[in-house]
Design a protein around this ligand. Structure first.
Ligand SMILES: Nc1nc2c(ncn2[C@@H]2O[C@H](COP(=O)(O)OP(=O)(O)OP(=O)(O)O)[C@@H](O)[C@H]2O)c(=O)[nH]1
Ligand SMILES: [Mg+2]
Length: 384
């Protein structure tokens, strides 16, 4: 069974990709340190892919002809089934970058039937390995075919054609020597869209430069790029936060600006990566011009994006509180309070002030969601 996508090493941090050659050769590469990935990080969260399952093999027309054997008769075998196309949630993948290099996946045709009643073999399947959190959509209708959310989850998305019957199948009381056999059935073909929506418990949102990546770096082992200019983060990053022995996954996405839903800045498509989160941490820069207005800009974009994001629990925090004087801090806090109608947290990812409180607030919401999602225990045990 050919394995398609190459494996990208799994790390705590969201390092996707990179050394194209290493990824492309389709082998599991040895674990690399984040440094080895180098500056040319590549991330791909949508890919359009053509899939085709294999045709069935043709049935065979054959008659037994042997010296000294008087009554030979038909002995054409059936054709083999065509190969299927599967998608599988694979470990160690966190990007769809492999699908930039290959977009066509075809399973093999079934083997034809043969004489002496030999059936053809099944065509080889093809397996598309995808990271956890990948949605499979029909490219034409955009209908959701599957949501791959669990490791090892496997789904057949195109069934191979059945093999045709050989002439042995057509023997009847009135026709002892049928000379017909069926061709195999054709396989299915379609274009599909793979869309990765990362799986994280909490998501960071805010304007560019709000300190999102700094917060991720301060609270997890992730090492995102941090700099004093907008759009430092160009693709999402993940890290694991540990709070009092419990863990949750935090996602950092590129900053949003006014009009992001119309494509301004980097657009709002990265919001897809916080769609599955239980809670959002909205950071508002205390050194910004007007904390209230800044909050409303991002909030407006979240609402314009839709997909239920605006209904998610949101924890609001004024960030970078270490770099403003008390008077400005008070003013910004007042503005933010007025805009949000709640009491925001105050934090500084650099000094660490307010960070434990923010993490605890996130953890509380996540724990609540987890306990609600826990399946109720079966009341009766297994019985034969
Ligand atoms: N003094 C101080 N500076 C901070 C703090 N948090 C972030 N910064 C600085 O603010 C700048 C922007 O920080 P980033 O973490 O890159 O901001 P971001 O929100 O990830 O920005 P984008 O990725 O562009 O959306 C950097 O120069 C950081 O060093 C903080 O708590 N205190
Ligand atoms: Mg950033």
């Amino acid at each position: 069974m050919p394995v398609i996508a190459g494996l990208v090493p799994a790390t705590d941090v969201f390092y996707c990709s990179a050394v194209a050659g290493k990824v492309l050769d389709g082998r599991n590469t040895p674990a690399m340190t984040p440094e080895e990935f180098g500056p040319t990080m590549k991330f791909l969260d949508t890919a359009k892919v053509y899939i085709r399952s294999g045709d069935g093999g043709a049935g065979c027309v054959s008659f037994r002809r042997e010296k000294f054997i008087e009554f030979g008769g038909p002995d054409g075998g059936d054709g083999g089934k065509g190969g299927d196309v599967w998608v599988e949630c694979a470990e160690g993948l966190n990007t769809l970058i492999d699908y930039r290099y290959q977009q066509h996946f075809k399973a093999k045709t079934g083997m034809h039937g043969m004489g002496r009643n030999r059936a053809g073999g099944k065509g080889a399947d093809v397996v598309l390995k995808v990271p956890v959190g990948t949605e499979i959509l029909d490219a034409e209708t955009e209908e959701l075919i599957a949501d791959m959310t669990e490791l090892g989850q496997r789904l057949r998305i195109a069934k191979g054609g059945n093999g045709g019957f050989g002439n042995l199948h057509f023997v009847s009381s009135t026709n002892r020597t049928p000379t017909r056999a069926n061709p195999g059935l054709p396989g299915e073909e379609r274009w599909i869209i793979l869309r990765l929506k990362l799986i994280a418990d909490a998501g960071l949102v805010g304007l560019p430069n709000a300190g999102k990546s700094t917060f991720l770096a301060a609270t997890t082992a992730a090492k995102p790029k941090i700099a004093d200019y907008p759009f430092t983060t160009l693709h999402p990053g993940l890290g694991v936060v540990r709070v009092h022995g419990r863990e949750f996954v935090l996602a950092d996405i590129p900053g949003l600006i006014e009009g992001a839903h119309e494509g301004h800045g980097l657009g709002d498509r990265f919001l897809g990566h916080v769609e599955r989160c239980s809670v959002l941490l909205h950071l508002v820069d205390a050194t910004g011009e007007h904390a209230g207005k800044d909050y409303k800009i991002v909030r407006h974009e979240i609402e314009a994006y839709g997909e239920g994001l605006a209904d998610k629990p949101e924890i609001i925090a004024l960030s970078k509180v270490d770099s403003v004087d008390p008077e400005t801090l008070k003013k910004q806090l007042e503005r933010l309070k007025r805009a949000t109608k709640q009491k925001p947290l105050l934090l500084s990812a650099v000094s660490g002030a307010g960070v434990p409180e923010a993490l605890q607030a996130l953890m509380n919401v996540i724990e609540k969601t987890r306990s609600e999602e826990k399946p109720s225990r079966p009341t009766q045990g297994w019985q034969p």
